[in-house]
Design a protein around this ligand. Structure first.
Ligand code: M6R
Length: 608
């Protein structure tokens, strides 16, 4: 999704903006631009393509002078990627420059009205409507104009505005799109995400919906829609700067894969005390938990796949029926839920528009909402009744790895906690689950030590056209994730199937040389998986099996095998996912793909 940066201070703004935008590149973009007030007016430089194009155009920012400015990386929604559609968008007279993340849903209606009043539009973007509206309503007070505009626009937005009439300030606002304020000494910032400002400050304000900030180099004021001042609490970001750097790795994805043992340990350890699972952070009472007759899980993409694992695990350990929904489907299908329902919301960013909408729908229907989120203070975290944070640290690569693994860790913790509270697991099971949980980080490390074996397998298959991932039960859930990981970063077509479903249609796609990744970690289903491997091999498939070290009989069925350490069945997904991530990574690397920023994708999907 689009990235926004704004700076006001003592030093030249353009290089600061370019550096900030670089840190937001992971969000995905197709063009970039900056606007700086140079003492005479607003100077804009923008271009389709990578940030390097803008760097070249401005000679690393040195051609544009001024100490206040806004910058943007655009992920096209309204209008194709082009120079003219890039942000900042400027009003007719050049007085207002605007950067925007989100979608103005009623922009066509507003655009038509403005055209009738003689306003000329140059781009196809919805954002230009905001710039033109600001100019239309401006009577000498930007804040007043901004409030008028916000009353007219519908949709989601994070906006940064520079006005030539007030060149000492940036005005910014957000609704359903992320925006933070960075608080410095003699300089202040706005940004879509923390990495953009981490080199300058760790003190931030997280804006709530429709809070408008007026940013000057030595002051930051926040107002509500009635123009009343709002008191904000400073949040201190604990991240190490190195957490948002590649640290010697070629890609963020590689670094984040390798960080998984630590991320999982950091997520588990604070919640284990004296051999017990402790959730100090949630206010859910045992009485409330006992009142739940149903659990819903809503999420998107990989977080949804965690939800699929969670369904199997929760139903087994807690014995409450669980439904898992893709968040974008949930709110439009009239789900049946109420106060006796626990809705689990899973999101790395805490800003995914579909997941946020599902959360709001669940709350509207009276359910209790508990979110599993990585980004502290994000909208989903703030709006949920309770939040359990995953301590994965910043995840920069578009393809999620360590956030996924930490979400799984929370699912296990929560299942054990709820299962125990409801008396659904014995003391013996409880103690054994705790031991298994504690052992996970070391087992992940052990798999990572054998990453060369996966690299070798990737070298055999990086040229294939189609890959099928198959598995049963929890291995089916892993197939979903393995398939998504591969296709999103390598652009190889791949699909995931419940292995038992193959014979109902998909098996017709198998031909000589088709790669089938067969996940067979679940012992009680191994024989069934062996039959499925036989079925596809008989039709010409090459089988790459993934199983536990003690299930050597897989060698009779699979052409290639990757072994993972054994663990209790419900926690095997935490181990099985590692070779799948590595396989996707190496295949993508061998194909020369842009691993951290795959085409058409954004890290945080803040539009529906
Ligand atoms: O930030 P979220 O966890 O809500 O994001 C959900 C999905 O967009 C995300 O998991 C996506 O599928 C990843 N790119 C997968 O690697």
């Amino acid at each position: 999704m689009c990235g926004i940066v704004g700076y006001t201070g003592e030093v030249q703004a353009a290089p600061v903006l370019l550096k900030g935008l670089e840190k937001l590149e992971y969000r995905g973009y197709d063009s970039a631009g900056i606007a700086v007030y140079d003492g005479a007016g607003i100077r804009v430089a923008k271009a389709k393509g990578r940030l390097q194009v803008l760097r070249d155009l401005t000679q690393d920012g040195s051609l544009i002078h001024g100490t206040i400015g806004i910058g943007h990386t655009r992920w096209a929604t309204h209008g194709a990627p082009s120079d003219v559609n890039s942000h900042p968008q400027v009003s007719d007279s050049g007085k207002f420059a605007v950067v925007h993340n989100g979608i103005i849903e009623n922009y066509l209606e507003l655009k038509e009205k403005l055209i009738k009043k003689g306003v000329t539009f140059v781009s196809e973007t919805d954002t230009e409507v905001v710039a033109q509206l600001l100019e239309y309503y401006y009577k000498g007070d930007i804040l007043d104009a901004m409030i008028q505009v916000l009353r007219r626009v519908e949709g989601s937005y994070a906006l940064g505005v520079l006005c030539a009439d007030a060149p000492d300030q940036i005005v910014a606002v957000r609704k359903d799109s992320p925006l933070i304020v960075g608080l410095g000494q003699g300089e202040n910032f706005i940004a879509s995400d923390v990495p953009a400002i981490l080199n300058h400050t760790r003190d931030i304000y997280r804006l709530n919906d429709n809070e408008i900030v007026v940013l000057k180099k030595d002051s930051v004021q926040v107002f509500n829609m009635d123009k009343e001042p709002v008191e904000k609490k400073v949040t201190h970001v604990e991240w190490d700067i190195s957490a948002a750097e590649k640290g010697g790795y070629e890609h963020f994805m590689a670094k984040e894969i390798m960080e998984q043992p630590k991320a999982v340990r950091d997520t588990i350890s604070p919640r284990l005390r004296g051999g017990r699972v402790v959730f100090d952070e949630i206010s859910l009472t045992p009485e409330q938990i006992r009142s739940f007759s149903k659990i819903f899980i809503v999420a998107c993409g990989s977080a949804y796949h965690v939800g699929v694992v969670a369904k199997y695990v929760l139903e087994q350990t807690v014995r409450i029926p669980v439904e898992v929904d893709v968040a974008s489907e949930f709110r439009y299908r009239s789900p049946i839920l109420g106060p006796d329902t626990l809705v689990l919301v899973i999101s790395q960013s805490g800003e995914t528009a579909d997941t946020l909408a599902a959360l709001r729908e669940a709350k509207r229907l009276g359910a209790y909402t508990l979110s599993i989120v990585n980004v502290v203070g994000s909208t989903i975290a703030n709006e949920s009744d309770d939040v359990i944070y995953t301590w994965a640290g910043p995840e920069i690569a578009v393809a999620t790895t360590k956030a996924y693994s930490t979400q799984l860790a929370v699912v296990y913790l929560l299942s054990i906690y709820l299962g125990d509270l409801l008396g659904r697991i014995s003391l013996e099971e409880y103690n054994s689950y705790i031991g298994e949980l504690e052992a996970l980080p070391d087992k992940i490390t052990k798999i990572l030590e054998h990453k060369d074996n996966i690299q070798y397998l990737a070298s055999k298959f990086f040229n294939v056209r189609d890959v099928f991932f198959i598995g049963r039960n929890l291995d089916y859930a892993m197939s979903l994730e393995g398939s998504l990981k591969l296709k999103e970063i390598s652009y190889i077509h791949s699909d995931a199937y419940a292995a038992g479903e193959l014979k109902h249609g998909t098996i017709s796609l198998i031909e000589d040389g088709t790669l089938v990744v067969a996940l067979a970690t679940q012992k009680r289903l191994f024989e069934k998986m062996a039959s499925n491997m036989k079925e596809v091999k008989a039709r010409g498939a090459v089988v790459l099996g993934v199983t536990t070290e003690d299930q050597k009989q897989i060698e009779k069925e699979a052409d290639y095998v990757f072994y993972i350490p054994d663990a209790c069945p419900m926690m095997l997904p935490s181990l099985a996912v590692i070779p799948l991530q590595l396989f996707a990574y190496y295949v993508s690397s061998m194909k020369g793909c842009d691993i951290d920023k795959p085409r058409n994708l954004a890290k945080s999907v803040t539009v529906e």
